[in-house]
Design a protein around this ligand. Sequence first.
Ligand SMILES: Nc1ncnc2c1ncn2[C@@H]1O[C@H](COP(=O)(O)OP(=O)(O)OP(=O)(O)O)[C@@H](O)[C@H]1O
Length: 340
Amino acid sequence: MARISASPSPVAVSAPDAPLIKAVGLRKVFPPSKRGGEPFTAVDGIDFELHRGEVFGFLGPNGAGKSSTMRMIGCVSPISGGELTILGMDPRVDSSRIKARLGVVPQEDSLDLELRVRENLLIYGRYFGLKRAEIAERTTELLEFVQLADRAESTVEPLSGGMKRRLTIARSLINSPEILILDEPTTGLDPQARHVVWDRLFRLKQAGTTLVLTTHYMDEAEQLCDRLVVMDHGRIAAEGSPRSLIERFSTREVLEIRFEPGSGAHEAAIAKAEGLIGTGERGSIDRLEELPDRILVYSDDGEAALAAVHGSGITPLASLVRRSSLEDVFLHLTGRTLVD
Ligand SMILES: Nc1ncnc2c1ncn2[C@@H]1O[C@H](COP(=O)(O)OP(=O)(O)OP(=O)(O)O)[C@@H](O)[C@H]1O
């Protein structure tokens, strides 16, 4: 298991506690298409640092600029502006040396479907210049780690989506990377397959591997990330641990109320509930968010807020009290939900 973790002997980082990745005013601007138009700014001057041993996340909806950022970190897309330092090096100068010390799990699996599972790792190991014996030993360990040892000799094509993702993770670890980059590691997987992938990522985290990942699943970000940035329209809206972001930008609990569609009750309830905001009484409402299908009532005491809602003559069709989540943080910061 220890060998699955981050490489033990970092070389080109200037100081022991220097960030593994440091971005200052990082930008990605795509040129106009051949048909004309304006250049498009996908990443608009972001600052962040990644430290050894942490799991750092970029949380944001589709189009927020997460993949564009990851591709710059992975040295497959040149930066358009600002500064980016990876393992103490400049990707504009040292991309090959940086790549040799990274593991990358791209958003779309890029496995060789006709080859066997083991052969996919062999090719990658050769690409990184590892010796055959070393590749063979590491392949055995990694396939065990991702629970694919019994599939080593089968071709990749018939594997499930979850298995392919786990194989991609194994492949990304063949060179004992110091940083593992995962772009939406569980997108497209069913809930059970997601949990198996999460379990493997947890183990890497426990083993001290430095992970940087993107996601638009708030539960993934909450469970895995030590620290994250909330990204929207190419900018960072907030940064912190999942817990600190929730404490800073939301209440302890949220009351969700729903009404008969088309009855007009939703609009009437909004008008009444606004009168309950900031009363200072038990169940006092901090703020409301209105979504097309429900109203979110933010209060530190959801049950008391529900009682206050009922007391004001609002009668929802259904109600639910839950803990605040990163989804609520995102909604508060951007006015939009994470998944459209
Ligand atoms: N090669 C490109 N040329 C022009 N625009 C691009 C290019 N690649 C990405 N974009 C645009 O940049 C914006 C950010 O895309 P990006 O893929 O970084 O977002 P994302 O947060 O990763 O979203 P997703 O979850 O959909 O991958 C989007 O509006 C996208 O259409």
